[in-house]
Design a protein around this ligand. Structure first.
Ligand SMILES: Nc1ncnc2c1ncn2[C@@H]1O[C@H](COP(=O)(O)OP(=O)(O)O)[C@@H](O)[C@H]1O
Ligand SMILES: [Mg+2]
Length: 243
């Protein structure tokens, strides 16, 4: 089932609208990068897709089982091990699951995010990148087709982030999830998305979109060109709304 956003609007109280007339369709299994300046309403839009906020106008269609969510901050429970955090998510996703089945599935998920050896560590014993891997495994444990990611790698150093981009791409291909990935980083959007949607500021609205083709993936020069084009467009948006 696709995700459909139709003339979606959102205002908080009687303030100016944060989102206005947002239209987008995201196909099942698609990886969409949602790009925009800070404060333009990206998190608000993602929260609406997650059902955490309600739109004030328009309509949306999301899968009936809801969405899994991953944030910038791993938000792991500090008193649980990496494995414990994942097993808890499995238990919440399926209350009738057995302890043994959760243990086996947690082991698979730890392997999937390349944390096979770190399951017994608690969050404070892990690096930032490892914590985000646990958070990713936990969001996969929720077992939803739709995965919403809100700047999940923004706080990581560049090398760790590059590594996680590779991992996320592999996991997306292996699991066939539909992913909406929010970022303010153009390079990250081009690296990950099959499609990049640009959200304008005040009000937030999808003002441009680009397809990222196989050619961009295999040719760094072409990827660089596209990054340049999108960056210029994003700068225009920021300038327009700074006036
Ligand atoms: N619960 C809220 N109440 C009032 N204003 C909010 C609320 N959540 C977000 N906003 C406002 O909406 C705008 C967009 O915020 P947000 O969606 O967090 O932007 P982004 O994620 O793109 O940085 C900001 O101006 C923010 O202050
Ligand atoms: Mg945000």
């Amino acid at each position: 089932m696709p995700v459909v956003l139709e003339n979606l609007g959102k205002r908080f109280g009687d303030g100016a609208p944060v989102l206005d007339d947002v239209n987008a369709t995201i196909a099942k299994g698609e990886f969409v990068a949602l790009l925009g300046a800070s404060g333009c309403g990206k998190s608000t839009l993602l929260n609406i897709m997650a059902g955490l906020e309600h739109p004030t106008s328009g309509a949306l269609e999301v899968p009936s089982d809801g969405a899994a969510f991953m944030f910038q901050d791993s938000a792991l429970f500090p008193w649980l091990t990496a494995r414990g955090n994942i097993e808890l998510a499995l238990q919440l996703a399926d209350k009738s699951s057995t302890k043994a089945s959760r243990r086996a599935r947690a082991t698979e998920l730890l392997e999937l995010v390349h944390l096979g050896g770190a399951g017994d560590k608690r969050p404070h014993e892990l690096s930032g990148g490892m914590r985000q891997r646990v958070a990713l495994a936990r969001s996969l444990a929720q077992d939803r087709q739709l995965l919403l990611m809100d700047e999940p790698f923004a706080a990581l150093d560049a090398i760790t982030r590059d590594l996680l981009h590779d991992e996320l791409e592999r996991i997306w291909k292996e699991t066939g999830r539909t992913i909406v990935f929010v970022t303010h980083n153009v390079r990250e959007a081009v690296r990950l998305g099959q499609r990049v949607l640009l959200l304008s500021s005040r009000p937030g609205r999808v003002v441009a979109e680009w397809d990222v083709t196989e050619e961009h993936r295999t040719d760094a020069g072409r990827a660089g060109e596209l990054t340049g084009v999108i960056t210029r467009r994003l700068r225009e948006e920021i300038r327009r709304h700074a006036k």
